[in-house]
Design a protein around this ligand. Structure first.
Ligand code: FEO
Ligand code: CA
Ligand code: CA
Length: 672
């Protein structure tokens, strides 16, 4: 701890800085909102604007949206029935305390914690003597996406792939925090600390196996690997080699060091691991040289945010010294997990934005479709369709499928139609007249290209998950309290949307590669007992069963939807984040039940099921963060004074983000 508070960084909470902050990356364009469009349309026909027009929107978009128009608590025609539910577990009581809770009849065991050794020669975790060298051989911080790649087709032996999104220094490092007027101040980072932070970012690939009923980490696993913010990577696809990607260290524009802020992700049908680079803007500081042509591009992405101090140690994170470096982040990264020495590839064909995830499915004709969210208020939902087709019998033939294809952005029309607009250089307004000289330019400035096409501005798109069983696609829209009354539209139907909603897409002809489809709102989230919230859970949803802020999600092999949340806390929802089971079919549609809840301060990431649905993995991210919301503390939470010491509960061990493995005590299917 130092005395120089003026030099300290205020408000070190990365989640609030990078995900909640309304940075300059917010969409400044004048695309009309759906409300404006419908208002124009109806005024042309001599009808009324305003409230009547909004009712008219609702009336055109199907029963789920209709019932939410101004109603406090709408149920599915009042017909929701618990007996129709696809889930039969007894739900957890919502609330908040120091630990995690799972439904009765289930075990929830910690499998991997920050600092756990991943290799036979890894040092044991010592939080008071951490080094970058040790961290590179240990599980990273703030686990987010979790994927499982079976070995030999097994649901009890495979590779667990886990993203490490960001670091919370005030929870990680002893002796760097002071408290003044109830706020934390964190001492400036030196090189040693920056190097640990960089080593705690990225991802983990680790072999795991169920032995005598218990999941274990195989430290001797030959495919075990850490990927960090310093792992060499290749840039591939249409933007590779662009002048705008060239730097002093890389004159080719094809080689980059590391990956940043890996939020959600996916596992491809050919068994590679894809990592989504989300809030990359936070890692850059400094000022662009006068007249640099990237100024408008960077403004649209909120670069620089200067949340981290890496640019004080490494020139490439300082815009004044390396102005092109931010163009080398914000991509989807593909990792061949079968070779621990493979060079990860940044696949530029999938666009550059604050990528949340990259869940995929094989379309009818064998092309592969990736659904992508850009997590920022008023940004967009995308999908990428490969040019080539998936060959299930030849893994090598699939390894560059992600380098060619079409990136589309979604336009949610007020009448329930969905249009996928192609982001292709030379088509529509994506021409030299608008500053695009190549497909590389379109991809580097994906957001601006989508602005020009008139995409629909959404309430922070997070995970977008295709469901191969019912043929639908689920879009998690986490919240957007900055949407004003005159910006409400059919697909984002609430102003000051504090609790988020879920949209269900049906692609045309059940073809995931289709360029159009239909959509409706599955669920408007929040407390249904508070009329002003306008939540639309079914009436069978209990006080424990509702949630706010949907973020990650998973579909199990039976096609059932599981939703995890980010942002519930006692202050606004009286509950921690957790994992909820959400019915989508029949009379139980829009019924939700709480299955697992996290310790105080955490968000719930990752939900993932093994192919046999007998194991679920969940990632507990940033436990113990922001402890001021929990009554027993009522003050900031940091290394020396934590709101919880989950999961070890030892005085000499800090709180640790961890992956938890859930099994049913009788060995049966999760949730049934
Ligand atoms: Fe990193 Fe959008 O959550
Ligand atoms: Ca997320
Ligand atoms: Ca989140």
């Amino acid at each position: 701890m130092t005395d120089d508070l003026s030099a300290h960084q205020e408000s070190p909470f990365r989640t609030s800085l990078l995900e909640e902050a309304d940075g300059a990356g917010s969409n400044p364009t004048l695309n009309p909102t759906m409300g404006e469009l419908i208002s124009i349309r109806f005024s042309r026909r001599g009808l009324l604007r305003g409230a009547l027009a909004v009712s008219a929107i609702a009336a055109t978009v199907g029963p789920v949206a209709l019932m939410s128009a101004g109603k406090a608590q709408a149920a599915s025609d009042g017909a929701g029935s618990a007996s129709d539910s696809a889930f039969s577990f007894v739900e957890v009581e919502a609330g908040v305390d120091e630990t995690h809770h799972v439904a009765e009849g289930y075990d929830a065991e910690v499998l991997l914690r920050w600092g756990d050794p991943l290799f036979a020669d890894s040092p044991e975790f010592d939080p008071t003597n951490q080094t970058a060298e040790a961290q590179r051989r240990q599980f990273g911080y703030n686990n987010d996406y979790v994927g499982f790649i079976p070995l030999d087709g097994s649901s009890e032996h495979g590779l667990l792939v886990v993203n490490h999104e960001y670091t919370n220094e005030h929870l990680m490092f002893p002796g760097i925090v002071s408290v003044a007027e109830g706020k934390l101040k964190v001492a400036p980072a030196d090189k040693a600390r920056v190097d640990i932070e960089m080593a705690a970012h990225g991802g983990t690939v680790v072999e795991i196996r169920k032995v005598a009923g218990t999941w274990q980490v195989v430290r001797e696993g030959k495919l075990n690997r850490r990927i960090t913010a310093t792992t060499p990577m290749q840039i591939t696809g249409p933007a590779a080699g662009s002048e705008r990607l060239k730097t002093a260290e890389d004159a080719t524009g094809t080689r980059v060091i590391g990956t940043l802020n890996n939020c959600a992700g996916g596992v491809t049908p050919w068994g590679t691991y894809v990592m989504a680079e989300e809030n990359f803007h936070g890692y850059f500081l400094g000022t662009l040289p006068e007249g640099n042509k990237e100024a408008a591009n960077y403004k649209r992405y909120g670069v620089p945010e200067a949340s981290y101090e890496w640019g004080n140690v490494y020139d490439r994170f300082d815009l004044a010294k390396e102005p092109n470096e931010p163009n080398r982040f914000g991509w989807i990264v593909e990792v061949d997990v079968n070779d621990p020495n493979s060079v990860p590839k940044k696949r530029t064909a999938l666009g550059r934005f604050k990528h949340e995830g990259a869940e995929s499915i094989v379309a009818k004709d064998g092309r592969v479709v990736f659904y992508l969210g850009d997590d920022e208020r008023f940004d967009y939902v995308y999908k990428f369709v490969t040019s080539g087709t998936f060959n299930p019998n030849d893994r090598a033939a699939n390894m560059d499928l992600l380098d060619s294809g079409t990136l589309y952005v979604a336009k949610f029309d007020a009448d329930g139609a969905l249009e996928w607009l192609p982001l292709v250089f030379g088509q529509g307004s994506l021409t030299a007249a608008n500053g695009f000289d190549s497909q590389a330019d379109v991809l580097i400035e994906t957001r601006r290209a989508a602005d020009l096409l008139g995409a629909t501005k959404m309430d922070r798109p997070e995970d977008v998950q295709p469901n191969g069983v019912n043929g639908k696609v689920y879009v998690m829209l986490t919240n957007n309290t900055r949407r004003k009354d005159d910006q409400v539209d059919a697909a984002n139907p609430r102003a000051k949307n504090a609790f988020g909603h879920i949209i269900e897409i049906a692609e045309a002809d059940g073809d995931f590669a289709a360029t159009n489809g239909r959509w409706e709102v599955l669920l408007k989230c929040g407390d249904p007992s508070v009329a002003a919230v306008g939540a639309t859970f079914s009436t069978d949803t209990t006080r424990n069963g509702w949630f706010g802020m949907p973020d990650n999600c998973a579909v199990d092999s039976a096609g059932r939807l599981w939703v995890s949340t980010d942002g519930n806390n006692p202050k606004d929802t009286g509950r921690t984040d957790g994992l909820w089971a959400v019915d989508t079919e029949g009379g139980a549609r829009a019924t939700s039940k709480l299955f697992f809840r996290v310790p105080v301060g955490a968000e719930m990431c990752g939900p993932l099921f093994t192919p046999d649905d007998r194991t679920a993995f969940v990632a507990v991210q940033h436990p113990g963060d922001g402890g001021t919301d929990w009554a027993p503390f009522g003050r900031p939470s940091y290394y020396e004074d934590l709101s919880t010491r989950w999961p070890d509960f030892k005085d000499d061990m800090p709180v640790r983000p961890a992956v938890v493995v859930i099994t049913k005590k009788d060995g049966g299917t999760i949730g049934s």
